[in-house]
Design a protein around this ligand. Sequence first.
Ligand code: CAA
Length: 286
Amino acid sequence: MTDITRVGVVGCGQMGAGIAEVCARSGLDVMVAETTGEALEIGRTRLLNSLAKAAARGKISETELAETQARLTFTTDLGEFADRDLTIEAVVENEQVKTEIFQVLDQVVTRPDAILASNTSSIPLVKLAVATSRPDHVIGIHFFNPAPVQKLVELIPALTTSEGTISRAQALVEKTLGKHAIRAQDRSGFVVNALLVPYLLSSIRMFESGIASREDIDNGMELGCAHPMGPLKLSDLIGLDTIASIADSMYAEYKEPLYAAPPLLQRMVDAGRLGRKSGSGFYTYV
Ligand code: CAA
């Protein structure tokens, strides 16, 4: 086991809630923070509903459900993160917002070797690391959606991250959380998004140019290549705003057209059609 028992999760959107669920189900004491009482209530409901569903499907017993719920606390005050051994930030893909959170965590967290991690998909970890006084203890720990289901976690050390931080994060991911860790350099998109996002953008370009319907594009990849979801359904699951910001970040880094967000994607984001989370994207959700 590891020396990490108290975890903080900043943000309780779909990724933050999923990460908090994974940590609490693995026996860790988890504190979850959101910016407002309203956002916290939405996040808490999302998380508790997901746990209730896991119990209803027989994945955890009623006793485990009660124990897991008891390991979770919720706050709107990051000041309460003082005793956390590890904090995982999982807020919007916005460098300024994330940087400010890292600066606050750096002030608040008392344990000198506490790890400050980000679930970012594309923002350079080194930028978050140098915003703190402990750049050797900052690392990317990137989960996949839905976090309780997907087995993979990417570990992304910044140039400044110490070997000790990498091995403690790896032990937590593999031994405590039971996930498979892969390591990537601090380059936009890391391993998975650098491969996945150009494919998703291609499917949006294909749909935009009228080559095939959304259903035929998705069925093509589900039935032709055994993907669990077609690319347009998957884009809706990830969130179109998230895909657009990952694409913009990779395009800024590599200057390659394959990472350029197609106009339709940006228009849908502007229209608030963000996928499942907003009720509509390429498909409509009730
Ligand atoms: N939370 C917890 N469990 C969930 C879940 C959620 N949000 N969604 C589905 N599940 C569980 C279900 O309970 C079910 O479990 P059992 O079989 O044990 O009962 C199992 O997953 C399958 O679910 P469903 O039968 O409801 O539906 P499905 O078979 O269509 O699977 C899916 C749904 C798991 C989402 C599957 O379609 C899938 O894996 N899709 C691909 C998702 C993917 O590629 N994710 C990576 C996105 S990239 C990313 O996240 C990185 C980034 O930075 C953008």
